[in-house]
Ligand binder design. Structure first.
Ligand SMILES: CCCCCCCCCCC/C=C/C(=O)SCCNC(=O)CCNC(=O)[C@H](O)C(C)(C)COP(=O)(O)OP(=O)(O)OC[C@H]1O[C@@H](n2cnc3c(N)ncnc32)[C@H](O)[C@@H]1OP(=O)(O)O
Length: 392
């Protein structure tokens, strides 16, 4: 098909998308169960998507996953076999959305299509390497510039506490970053905190099936989340801009480099919360800092300053808070110019032999936590925070 410019424009919908995603035409009509506030926008996005140029397989998978989540809810179909590559990729993309609410998925679909439409309108002016804010995230700001993908947690008013939606969006952003053309990926926080860890209001959203079901689905979410860090194929850097709590600290053991502001602190108060370690920290922390120091953090909840965390090997380097952003980004821009394949392969050589072990540890930690979340100790600690009786 010839576009207005005379250029040949390959319309990817419906033939290509339908064959790729095998979505029957009828399925593209919104089911009655999906009637919500953004229904009209969603329908118009479904029509708009037909007019777009081929956005590439990555985006098509994202669209597919959001469409399925918006219309059918969380993925509960059996995982296709390893050799069924296309269906497995589709299943993985849908499954990665975990328990993202239908309404949010619908909104994300609408945002994604609107982003695609505006970028295809001005595609001739957009440089592929330009700083591009990726749309479709509500709890993150994701940008790509200078061969660096930056994933910034963006709930500063809540100290970047990680909601179920943010867990899902971080997984999506990591999966996208693992395949984009950036050389390195950076996780950081917006505002005065890096992250206050798990959003404790995640405990209040109990489904009709009961707390046991919630604990079960949360353990799956946690396991999938940590798996994404274990498997991330490119250099992964944390720019810890302020205090870090709970899971935002434990997963640091899975990063390749950790830079911290002098204002950062590192706190894993699991016993105080009636919980137990996750993020593979039960293995990585004793390995990084020795069992005695790790026990002080993971069992007794000792909070480390940035300097202490650096002395114990959890942090690579501490920068004065006043120059943190400038110094870290100058350093990262220089690193991002190194040959990307060499960096990726070096990471593999360093990390791959431990991957299987880390997956097993992650599974075990998630299983233990699933039980902990049902304990009185945990329920009381969460209630105390939510009723403003306790803070860390
Ligand atoms: C049935 C099972 C379901 C479980 C689902 C689990 C899913 C996977 C879980 C993986 C395991 C993870 C474990 C952890 O991460 S443990 C660590 C959890 N984090 C905390 O306990 C921190 C709690 N927050 C605080 O103690 C203080 O807020 C803090 C010291 C961080 C900052 O204090 P400060 O006085 O400076 O600021 P405020 O308290 O006024 O905070 C500003 C607003 O932000 C809200 N906030 C902050 N942190 C959290 C949080 N972690 N969860 C929810 N809300 C948080 C705070 O309430 C304020 O909100 P308001 O302005 O509305 O009052």
């Amino acid at each position: 098909m010839a576009g207005a410019s005379g250029r040949v424009v390959r319309r990817w919908y419906p033939h290509v998308l339908r064959s790729f995603l095998q979505v029957p035409a009828l399925q593209l009509h919104v089911s009655k169960t999906a009637m919500r506030a953004s229904q009209k926008d969603f329908e118009s996005a479904l029509s708009q998507v037909k007019l777009l140029k081929d956005p590439g397989n990555e985006v098509k998978l994202k669209l597919y996953a959001l469409y399925k989540q918006a219309t059918e809810g969380p993925c509960n179909t059996p995982k296709p076999g390893v050799f069924d590559l296309i269906n497995k990729a589709k299943w993985d993309a849908w499954n990665a959305l975990g328990s993202l609410p239908k309404e949010t998925a619908r909104q994300n679909y609408v945002d994604l299509v609107s982003g695609l439409s505006s970028s295809s309108d001005s595609s001739s002016q957009v440089k592929p390497e330009a700083d591009r804010k990726q749309r479709g995230y509500e709890t993150l700001v994701v940008t790509s510039e200078d061969s660096i993908t930056k994933i910034m947690m963006n709930r500063p008013a809540k100290k970047n506490a990680i909601t179920t939606q943010m867990y899902n969006e971080i997984m999506l952003a990591l999966k996208a970053a693992s395949k984009d053309d950036s050389a390195i990926t950076v996780l950081t926080g917006n505002g005065d905190y890096y992250s206050s860890g798990n959003d404790l209001s995640n405990f209040t959203d109990i489904p009709p099936e009961g707390i046991e079901e919630k604990a079960k689905s949360s353990a799956i979410l946690l396991r999938d989340f940590v798996d994404c860090f274990i498997d991330f194929p490119k250099p992964l850097i944390a720019a810890v801009n302020g205090p870090a709590v709970g899971i935002s600290v434990t997963i640091l053991g899975l990063f390749d480099t950790v830079y911290a502001s002098s204002r950062a602190t590192f706190h894993t108060p699991f016993s105080h919360l009636g919980q137990s370690p996750e993020g593979c920290s039960s293995y990585t922390f004793p390995k990084i800092m020795g069992p005695a120091k790790a026990a002080e953090m993971l069992i007794f909840g000792k909070k480390l300053t940035a300097a202490e965390a650096c002395a114990q090997g959890l942090v690579s380097e501490v920068f004065p808070d006043s120059t943190f952003q400038k110094e870290v980004w100058t350093r990262l821009k220089a690193y991002s110019k190194l040959p990307p394949n060499a960096m990726r392969i070096s990471k593999q050589v360093i990390r791959n032999r431990e991957k299987e072990k880390l997956h097993a540890i992650n599974a075990e930690e998630s299983r233990v936590l699933q039980e902990r979340w049902l304990s009185d100790e945990c329920t009381n600690a969460v209630m105390n925070f939510l009723t403003r009786k306790a803070k860390l």
